[in-house]
Design a protein around this ligand. Structure first.
Ligand SMILES: NC(=O)c1ccc[n+]([C@@H]2O[C@H](COP(=O)([O-])OP(=O)(O)OC[C@H]3O[C@@H](n4cnc5c(N)ncnc54)[C@H](O)[C@@H]3O)[C@@H](O)[C@H]2O)c1
Length: 436
């Protein structure tokens, strides 16, 4: 099948590459010329395990192409997948302007019947509007159908999640759209759940918000554990044997970040309010997460007289291990506060530094400064205090003795519960984590 994919971010690029891997003829479209040049040379603009290998392999087969020329990519496509961003607006609603632009480009350029598939996460009812919008702007007399196919990959494991997805959700309103999507996914050999478009849109939000709720619930319980002398890890272990609860997403920590959970919780809350309904569970989740991100910072601020002039080691910048994405990362909010307070930050992350530099350019910022270093050891050397924000293996491997040896004052605030309390105590490290 001839497929075009609009947007080559985490979702679009991985989808495009995996479609090519499964035998389709794919053209990935992006507005960013630099990205397109990189991809043509076999370099992935994002950090995802296994992605670059698959790109190189499929570039060589001639089944995978990249372009900024959307008109030529859309005009003869059998299916066009939309994977552009739907970021958060100031009021919490989803910004659909990128989707609207792509729809207009599709409407003005398609030359034969086409299935448009919305992969981006969009509020319930958006697919209906997309179909109407495209029809309103159609130039040629062709049949355009719209289907919903929400994406469930997790950054860091995106390729694996796509090739071995637990299920594919397809939301369609006609047998022909359903048949075409089934045909596209047939070579993946995965379970397909076929529902109506609005249910498909809702499944995506319901899943993300449920997982976000699970995280916020565990963080809430962890904070209470601290107050009553229980240990969240023991509590989570005890809970995990209950198959109704399951063992995943029970780790307490510094709160969720990334490009999905924060915006998708707010967008569902907005959608509920718009429909006159108060989604109290999700509202609580958003509130808990907001506070959780700064929990260690507040504790540390309480412990220190000031951060001004202190050498602060920051271990981990990405919102989670396995990605270079910093969107809504707990590290970013903490770094902003530390800089405001005049801290001199030495930050380490094995993948996130280039993106971090766009947000916090190296050198003096306000009253403080930030320096990016090549190893956790360099960050820790002579530090007065250390914050751990990401659970990278390189950071997990640091021994308690190393903290003691390298830091000027071994004071560690760990947002990922990476180390054993007794080991840290034995090594003489003053150690604070979450819920223990
Ligand atoms: N990142 C994830 O883990 C994830 C998982 C599931 C679903 N989603 C959803 O998928 C969507 C995309 O997320 P992402 O993280 O891949 O976004 P992203 O920001 O990484 O990528 C979006 C890409 O679209 C490009 N773009 C913008 N306008 C364009 C246009 N008119 N034509 C072609 N390209 C255009 C941008 O240049 C960018 O490369 C969002 O709705 C998101 O909520 C994301």
């Amino acid at each position: 099948m001839k497929i075009a994919v609009a947007g080559t971010g985490y979702v679009g690029l991985v989808a495009g590459v995996c479609f090519a891997e499964k035998g389709h003829d794919v053209t990935c479209v992006d507005i960013d010329e630099n990205k397109v040049k990189l991809m043509e040379s076999g370099v992935s603009p994002i950090f995802e395990e296994g992605l670059e290998e698959l790109m190189k392999k499929n570039n060589a087969t001639g089944r995978l192409h990249y372009t900024t020329d959307y008109a030529s990519a859309y005009k003869n496509a059998d299916a066009i997948f939309i994977g552009v961003g739907t970021p958060e607006m100031p009021d919490g609603s989803a910004n659909l302007s990128y989707i609207a632009t792509v729809c207009r480009q599709i409407a003005e350029n398609v030359e034969h019947d086409v299935l448009v598939v919305v992969k981006s996460t969009v509020p319930v009812g958006t697919n209906d509007k997309v179909e109407q919008f495209i029809k309103d702007f159609l130039v040629k007399d062709v049949k355009v159908e719209v289907a919903s196919n929400p994406e469930f990959l997790a950054q860091g494991t995106a390729v694996r999640d796509t090739l071995h997805a637990a299920r594919i959700i397809i939301g369609t309103e006609s047998e022909s759209a359903k048949a075409k999507l089934m045909e596209i996914y047939e070579p993946f050999g995965l379970p397909i759940v076929s529902v109506g478009r609005r249910s498909a849109e809702m499944i995506k939000y319901a899943c993300n918000d449920f997982l976000a709720l699970k995280i916020s619930y565990m963080n809430d319980i962890a904070n209470l554990c601290e107050l009553v002398g229980a240990n969240i890890e023991d509590v989570a272990k005890g809970m995990s044997y209950d198959s109704r609860i399951g063992e995943r997403f029970l780790n307490a920590g510094i709160g969720f970040g990334g490009s999905c959970f924060p915006k998708d919780t707010k967008a569902l809350k907005f959608l509920a309010n718009q429909n006159g309904y108060e989604l109290k569970t999700v509202e609580a989740c958003v509130e808990v997460n907001k506070k959780q991100k700064l929990r260690l910072y507040e504790k540390a601020k309480d412990r220190m007289i000031t951060f001004s002039g202190l050498r602060v080691a920051v271990l981990g910048l990405a919102f989670k291990a396995g990605t270079d994405d910093l969107r809504e990362a707990p590290s970013a909010e903490n770094i902003s506060r530390l800089l405001e307070q005049g801290a001199d930050i030495y930050a380490y992350d094995p993948a996130g530094v280039p993106r971090a530099k766009m947000q916090f350019p190296e050198g003096s910022i306000g009253r403080g400064s930030i320096t990016y270093v090549q190893s956790p050891e360099e960050a820790l050397e002579g530090a007065n205090i250390c914050f751990v924000f990401t659970e990278w293996d390189e950071i997990k491997k640091i021994t308690p003795d190393k903290y003691k040896e390298l830091m000027r004052t071994p004071l560690v605030y760990d947002g990922r519960n990476l180390y054993d309390l007794t080991d840290m105590d034995k090594a003489g490290v003053e150690y604070y984590s979450i819920g223990r």
